[in-house]
Design a protein around this ligand. Structure first.
Ligand code: SF4
Length: 251
């Protein structure tokens, strides 16, 4: 498996202290992506100060399981291992083997996904916590911004809400993309057509920390300067969600 980043963090990508593996490759093309070096299948060459370097390192499934086992004492407060990306579900068989191996070792597993996998049910069955990033339920905007049809995303999020006991849905709030009152109502209308008693919701304010990496990948960063959102917008969303009995978390 190719990883472009790995490291321990607390409570940012799942519960507790976790080893987070960022897998190379994504099928979406979000222009705000904070990890552009993780988008291209096979990895990217980054150039900084005229010096090129590979974005990726290669590991076997067994190597990653052994590493996680050696870190077990670090997985406090409900921690474990998170697979993210890029889009980790693109590593179908390897990712499922890794998840199964970690669970056999008693390690809590989380997958952070854009919810486009055609074998999503297998990931739902193999993972202790599903984190799903949902950019917008609006079909036109989803296709325009990510390059992917929203229907598979809605189908998979629906499946997870209906079948998984621990679901976190994350939305990056981006001015001009998904922060209008109509956007907000469309999100909530979709969620409240399901049982959300075991789901949590989180908003991530747009940032441009990844812009420098787009330059290092020799790619143009096209997000307009007015893409940032205020705390008031986040609070507007949080209040509307809570008013509709959705659980909003802040990390
Ligand atoms: S789905 Fe995530 S990893 Fe993929 S391009 Fe979008 S923001 Fe980046």
């Amino acid at each position: 498996m190719l990883l472009f980043q790995k490291g321990l963090n607390y409570s940012q990508d799942g519960r507790g202290n976790r080893m987070v593996y960022h897998l190379v490759g994504c099928n979406m093309r979000c222009p705000w992506c904070a990890n552009p070096e993780g988008i291209k299948a096979g990895g990217t060459i980054l150039t900084k100060g005229g010096i090129p370097r590979r974005s990726w390192h290669e590991y076997s499934v067994d190597q990653l399981i052994s590493e996680a086992v050696s870190l077990k004492d670090m997985f406090f407060d409900g921690g474990g291992v998170t697979l993210t990306g890029g889009e980790p579900t693109l590593w179908t068989d390897e990712a499922l083997s890794l998840l199964d191996g970690l669970r056999r070792e008693g390690i809590h597993t989380t997958v952070e996904t854009n919810a486009t996998s055609p074998i999503f049910d297998k990931f739902v069955a193999s993972t202790d916590c599903m984190i799903m990033d949902f950019k917008t339920p609006n079909a036109h905007k989803h296709l325009a911004y990510t390059g992917v049809d929203v229907e598979i995303v809605k189908k998979n999020i629906s499946y997870a809400l209906d079948n998984h006991p621990d679901v976190l849905i994350r939305t990056p709030l981006i001015n001009g993309v998904n922060t209008s009152d109509e956007d907000m109502r469309e999100f909530v209308k979709f969620y409240t057509s399901h049982d959300t008693s075991h789901a949590r919701f989180e908003f991530l304010k747009y940032h441009d920390y990844g812009a420098v990496k787009w330059a290092e990948c020799s790619l143009p960063y096209t997000m307009p300067p007015d893409s940032f959102v205020s705390d008031e917008v986040v609070e507007k969303f949080a209040k509307y969600y809570i008013d509709h009995s959705l659980v909003v978390i802040r990390t």
